[in-house]
Design a protein around this ligand. Sequence first.
Ligand SMILES: Nc1nc2c(ncn2[C@@H]2O[C@H](COP(=O)(O)OP(=O)(O)OP(=O)(O)O)[C@@H](O)[C@H]2O)c(=O)[nH]1
Ligand SMILES: [Mg+2]
Length: 360
Amino acid sequence: MLTHNDLQDSPQAERRFAWLSAPGVAALSLLFLHPDAGAAFRGALAKPPRKPRHLWLTNDSGNPIDEVMACRERGGILLTCHGGPAVRRALEAELLRAGFRQTQLEPFGQTTFEAATLGLLPRVQGAGVVALVLEAAAQAEALARALAGPVAELLAESAAARFLIDPPRVQLWGPVNAGKSSLLNALCGRDLAAVGQEPGLTRDVIEGRLEYDGFVIRLFDAPGIWAGHVGLDVQAQQLAQTWRRQADLTIELTVGASPHPAEGWLLHSRADEHPGCPEPSVSTRRPETLRALKDRLLEHFFGPLRRLPPERRFALHPALRADLSRLAKGEASADELRAKWLESRRSPFQTLPLPDGTRP
Ligand SMILES: Nc1nc2c(ncn2[C@@H]2O[C@H](COP(=O)(O)OP(=O)(O)OP(=O)(O)O)[C@@H](O)[C@H]2O)c(=O)[nH]1
Ligand SMILES: [Mg+2]
């Protein structure tokens, strides 16, 4: 881990680079080069601009890699580049070729709250989410006001923000041939699952990633339900049930007649084949119905958060959330938390890991 002091105190420091944002298709990425760009990108960054400037980066062979915004920052150069995996790989390849080493970089010169919020960046996915986290990082004053009053509201609001860090999981469900795999493929824009007339084609849970308007949702396709069927597919069915229990929302597809009341959302599928079927409905042959479904999903998971005034859109670090819960229960004092989160200038990064798989 590189600290701000390393950046300041070691003029001969080895050249390193760090991604300040997580990979995300179509998202922008932030890349930090320390302490300078050396000969990478054919010297395009030999004199990094003081104010953000538009530049083309090429690799050693002169092939263009990306069009970026570059700016000199304390301790190095900050690049805002395109976030697609191919671009990130090409930039990394050029930096490794030029003798850079990849590292994790501690944001510098921040208060504890800002540092912890920015520390979420490498974990969040999607351009919209990155923007919300960056916004939250500037909310130390609002946090101070919140600490002065009741915290229940702040905790409730920030509960929605957990989806910024751990994208919501949506499970597709329903009878064989309802069109689950087709819908997964259509929503994710890729052929992830095999599709066909043969009932029971899907035998496993298949994950897809839907990125829409800068927000990420995880979608899961599952083996279809056979009426009263047991046998070879029992294991697949059990697996699907396990995944379903972990989902934040189940979308049950039905063709034609409505089944028993659905647990999550009921959606009439293959609507183009069933004119006049009840709403809500979807057809992979009708893009407008896919868009309506994406809008509904985005509103469900992120709408309330996006409608909050900016000063209340906290993307709280899980450790801060835990402390605020203690405050709400009277187990910690506001003064204690103020000292820990707002007054100390020591970065909490080494002591505040975000455990894998945990939800804030
Ligand atoms: N016309 C039309 N056909 C569809 C639509 N969605 C799926 N289909 C067709 O319906 C059949 C079954 O689709 P799948 O997506 O494989 O259905 P599934 O629910 O995943 O089926 P299992 O994996 O067997 O449970 C395929 O032949 C698809 O091409 C739709 O919106 N309109
Ligand atoms: Mg299927």
